[in-house]
Design a protein around this ligand. Structure first.
Ligand code: GTP
Ligand code: ZN
Length: 342
């Protein structure tokens, strides 16, 4: 019979200081089993604002990365593990010693001159593309880029169409009908309030949603209506860093009231470079077309002459909607290679 193996127990080592001081004798890296889990809400110049759950609700902790993390990036939405002073009291700084596994990764290539791929947000499951129906006019090419970024990240897209008091959503929606992207329409009501907000809330409930949209579409109006304390939350970053109102933060996670999901606002994000996108990830989001790719040549981009989708769709493989769905898929695939526009 094998002897029972005793697991290495870090706490044993730590309570027995060696002669030279309090450092454990073992070369084994400390595992930080007592590390406190939290979620990164904002990143600003090497300081992380982390939300830590406690017995009586949540509190926020300012943290820095521990050296042992190496060069691994930490982004908004990351699950992190903290040691040190995790009280969140003013002037305290915890250390992030470990990073949880990411379920999704929203990336972008900043622009055409900067080929560096950046991770924008981790662990989000929905990408909300906010677009005004008028003032400013919708930008379909930018919306398509966002959809591609969502599909590539394994996120579900949602269109929020604002300012329906200024223009009828019908013609715009017709363009997106073959894509079967869910949408919500909002408008300014006669009372000055935002109509459609309840529908937006329902679509965000229980999810982690990243909001993107170009300047003037009404994204701030929407965020402030959804998360009335949003202003206060951004203020916390500033008191922590002591750098005033201007921060380089490109994303901020805001818990929705009632702990019913999160929205991640992305104030600095104006476009999605898509140099990194894998075409096979886009076709996964067209489940009606995907079976038709079985006969494709290896490494098919699904936008080339040899692609098996044409014959399959022509043969009725994807039903009567097949041709317009294929056209939409190709539109998105071409977005990947088109020059970025914001
Ligand atoms: N008519 C109308 N105007 C709206 C609506 N929603 C927002 N606006 C107005 O549109 C303008 C831009 O709204 P913001 O919320 O600041 O837009 P934003 O997307 O945050 O833009 P940036 O701050 O530039 O990023 C403001 O004057 C809002 O009052 C709407 O549903 N209807
Ligand atoms: Zn193909």
């Amino acid at each position: 019979m094998a002897r029972p193996v005793r697991d290495y127990d870090e706490s044993d080592v730590r309570i027995r200081p060696n002669r030279r001081g309090s450092r454990p004798r073992t070369k084994e890296r400390p595992k930080h089993e007592d590390a406190v889990p939290g979620r990164v809400l904002a990143v600003d110049r090497g300081r992380y604002r982390v939300r830590v759950p406690g017995d009586h609700g949540h509190h926020e902790v300012s943290a820095m990365r521990a050296r042992e993390l190496g060069r691994k990036g930490i982004v908004v939405g990351d699950e992190v593990y903290l040691v040190g002073d995790t009280s969140g009291a003013e002037g305290t700084l915890a250390r992030i010693v470990r990073l949880g596994e990411r379920e999704t990764v929203l990336r972008r290539t900043a622009d055409d001159t900067d080929p560096v791929e950046r991770v924008l947000v981790a662990n989000a499951d929905q990408l909300v593309v906010v677009s005004a129906l008028a003032d400013p006019e919708p930008r379909p090419r930018l919306i398509d880029r966002c959809l591609v970024a969502a599909y590539d990240a394994g996120m579900e897209p949602l269109l929020v169409l604002t300012k329906a008091d200024l223009a009828d959503p019908g013609p715009f929606l017709a363009q997106y009908a073959p894509l079967s992207v869910p949408h919500v329409v909002t408008r300014r009501g006669a009372d000055g309030g935002l109509a459609g907000l309840e529908e937006v809330r329902a679509a965000l409930a229980g999810r982690v949603s990243v909001l993107v949209g170009h300047s003037g579409v009404g994204k701030s109006t929407l965020v402030n209506a959804l998360v009335p304390e949003a202003e206060r939350a951004t203020g916390v970053v500033n008191t922590v860093t002591g750098r005033g109102r201007h921060t380089s933060t490109s994303a901020v996670a805001l818990p929705l009231p009632g702990e019913d999901g999160w929205v991640v606002d992305t104030p600095g994000v104006r476009s999605f470079g898509l140099a990194h996108v894998d075409p096979t990830r886009i076709v996964h989001h067209f489940p009606d077309l995907e079976p038709g790719t079985a006969e494709c040549p290896r490494g098919c981009t699904h936008d080339e002459e040899e692609c098996a989708l044409d014959a399959w769709v022509a043969g009725g493989g994807a039903g009567p909607a097949g041709p317009s769905r294929l056209e939409s898929l190709r539109r998105l695939l071409r977005t990947r290679t088109a020059a970025s526009e914001d």
